[in-house]
Design a protein. Structure first.
Length: 375
């Protein structure tokens, strides 16, 4: 079978890589072509475009790059036509993917979606287009299935692939890890400022403002694979802080606490059982627009899955040194930590256990096979 996979951002690359591995086990003759990143390329198949080429964040930046985006969309359609896949698999990244899905359905390509667009967070009106353009949807968050049910759209909950990604990773020796990265023996506070330049610019300076107030801890920045050290260097200056690139899971596995930019990283941090403070600050314009279209009580996936405030969220003006210090002090307290650990274990149960990538690969393969048999 021929598979065309469209993923964006680091998280899409991670989940896409595990899906490719599972597809290659399920279908020994799989011919895979994709948009993604380094992890997907290592898993197998042919990389068409790297997600770094379309990493636009916020309403303002999207508008400024419309010409480039339209060219990428046009190229993608042409590449799909030439490849003529048995199925197109979309992974998250709704702004780009839903445009391609509409075109693909009109041209009679089979369309599957793995990891739903966040229509449950904002612009629920997009469900109508999803029902029209997507043949099968595989969701990874438990509350998304009942959300779609309200719109008479039956989707499949497959569990969260992060559970497998974390469980299957190679364990590290903490002593060696500290030696290799020249870390002290102090307990580690991880800083996860996001993966895009705009996020890092907004988040990192405030996070670093706490460093001098915690001399008994070692602060370590988790560098995103999409950014070079030279970009972070402008923020680090004279702070007593370490930088480790593209080793977020290893860092979290030895961390005592974390300050985390809202996104997939909040869930990853929770699955590593690391107490965290969730942070988010966007541009004034983007925030005002988002406030008017986002309908959720929380921004972090941890709180959304648990449907209550498990981790503290500091959003926009609340994300400042004073509040951040207060909340960091709280999660360094043993009583608060014990409560968080118990909540994290409940969170893992709610996410559905292992095997998300394998389940999804089998569903996609069986779906194509049954369709071809009917034809």
């Amino acid at each position: 079978m021929k598979y065309y996979i469209l993923a964006g951002e680091a998280s899409g690359d991670l989940h896409g890589s595990n899906l490719i591995k599972a597809l290659l086990k399920e279908d020994v003759n799989a011919d895979i072509r994709f948009w993604g990143g380094d992890l997907m390329q290592a898993a197998g198949g042919v990389l068409v475009k790297h997600y770094k080429e379309r990493a636009f964040m916020g309403f303002t930046e999207v508008i400024m790059n419309l010409s480039k985006i339209f060219k990428l969309i046009s190229f993608c359609k042409s590449d799909i036509k030439n490849f003529n896949p048995d199925v197109i698999v979309f992974i998250d990244n709704s702004g780009f993917n839903l445009r391609i899905a509409k075109w693909a359905k009109q041209h009679h390509f089979k369309t599957n979606y793995y990891i739903s667009p966040q229509v449950w967070a904002s612009r629920a009106g997009r469900v109508k287009a999803i029902k029209r353009d997507i043949d099968a949807m595989y969701v990874i968050l438990p509350f998304v299935k009942p959300f779609y049910k309200k719109y008479d759209y039956d989707v499949t909950f497959v569990g969260h692939p992060l559970i497998d990604a974390i469980a299957n990773r190679e364990q590290i020796d903490e002593f060696k890890f500290r030696q290799i990265h020249n870390l002290s023996n102090k307990p580690i506070i991880a800083l996860l400022p996001g993966s895009r330049k705009q996020e890092i610019t907004k988040m990192l300076s405030v996070m670093l403002s706490l460093v001098d107030d915690y001399p008994d801890y070692q602060f370590v920045i988790a560098g995103a694979p999409s950014q070079d050290y030279s970009f972070y260097e402008t923020f680090i200056k004279s702070y007593d802080v370490k930088f480790i690139s593209n080793k977020t899971y290893d860092l979290l596995s030895v961390s005592n606490a974390a300050l985390v930019t809202s996104g997939t990283a909040t869930l990853e941090t929770a699955l590593f059982k690391v107490p965290q403070v969730v942070c988010y600050k966007g541009s004034a314009l983007s925030y005002q627009i988002a406030k008017r279209i986002v309908t959720l009580k929380f921004i972090s996936l941890v709180n959304l899955v648990m449907n209550k405030e498990v981790v503290t969220e500091l959003i926009q003006s609340d994300f400042n040194k004073k509040r951040l210090q207060q909340e960091l002090d709280t999660i360094l307290n043993s009583d608060a930590r014990n409560i968080l650990f118990l909540e994290y274990y409940e969170l893992e149960k709610a996410l559905g256990g292992r095997g998300a990538s394998e389940k999804t690969a089998k569903l996609i393969f069986d779906n194509i096979k049954s369709s071809n048999e009917v034809i």
